[in-house]
Design a protein around this ligand. Sequence first.
Ligand SMILES: [Zn+2]
Length: 418
Amino acid sequence: MEAEDTDRTDCLGPGDEARLFHRAYKFRIYPNAEQRVLLAKHFGCCRFVYNYFLETREKAYKERKERISLFETHHMVAEMRKTEQYSWLKEIYGHSLQSALRNLDSAYQKFFKARREGKAVPIIRNGKPTGRLMYEPRFKSKRDNAQSVTFPDKVKVVDGQLKLPKFRTAIKMKMHSPLGGRICHATVSRSVTGKYYVSILCEEDIPLAQKVSGQIGIDLGIKDMAVCSTGERVANPKFLERGERHLKYLQRQVSKKKKRGMNRRRARMKVSRHHEKVASRRKDYIHKFTIRTVRENQTVCVEDLNVKGMQSNHHLAKSIGSVAFAEIARQLEYKCRWYGRGFVKVPRFYPSSKTCNHCGYVNHALTLGDREWICPNCGKEIDRDLNAAKNIEVKGIEILSGCGAQSDVKQKGGEAAA
Ligand SMILES: [Zn+2]
């Protein structure tokens, strides 16, 4: 259930070339009391360093228009560790602090990029500006977020247990699959509900999967999660709807409790646990669909979705849908790359729903509500989603062959179509 990107394939042909990929393995870990204390120190110190330098960088920029580089912050932290005031920073692994600074720096780089592109617009809540910008790095909170710390080196797995630098003893770990390559780094996290996990990034050889003849177009939707050009419909899992009703109940419980009281905290924990459960079940459901799709097909075509546009729609069902859309597309893409499948994103401006799959007639009169229609040109009865999936497949294959590429090369739909 907690597996992240760990699906494996066991069908490999002789002579298949192996290529190096990054693959993350997420396992639940069970640190003992002593280890939990040291982990808490790591979380705390990294959060402190992150927030401290966020403030430092912000101040330097606002007051003196100065930019402090990553390199400078590395140096400053090293100096801080030597002082008595901040000597407690020495209790934790130094490279983890550097990693926190790198995270801060990449948050800044993302923000600068967004600003250049004009995406860093003021955030408005309830009609009032919050004084913050989109993409602006934020202070990490001790209470509300999952805590995490990265160990960029010296991570080992010995006898199925996790060995981290600065930790005297190995941490108990539930390893549901073996690691497939060299360990790059590991991130330990503690969820809001108090569970500990490690995500181990490996660099590994992933052999190409045996070639198959299938090809597929997938139309991602809200009513059905996915409709495939093969005619298969993957229903939206019922547990999402069921979960929605229970969530409302739990949230009502929270609002009934006295503010800042113990009971309110307990009730909030139940809400968090519920979110966690639904999220992991959804992830599991999506993983199963994507890996099966990639196993059975040599080429996978999906629509390039304007996820951002969809997220601006506040309708709940749609916001759930958009998260799933992006996640499905993301998983299909990297799994195709791992196993040497063709992957095509069909440009969004291609009218996959409005084009008749039988004769190519474009029905401009079609509205969002029309689930079924009859083609005015050829008279065929058309199912909207299935028709779209078939068109996506045709268009995807066209794009793929149009640039003379092998089907085992991943194509960027937007570029190929331009
Ligand atoms: Zn037609």
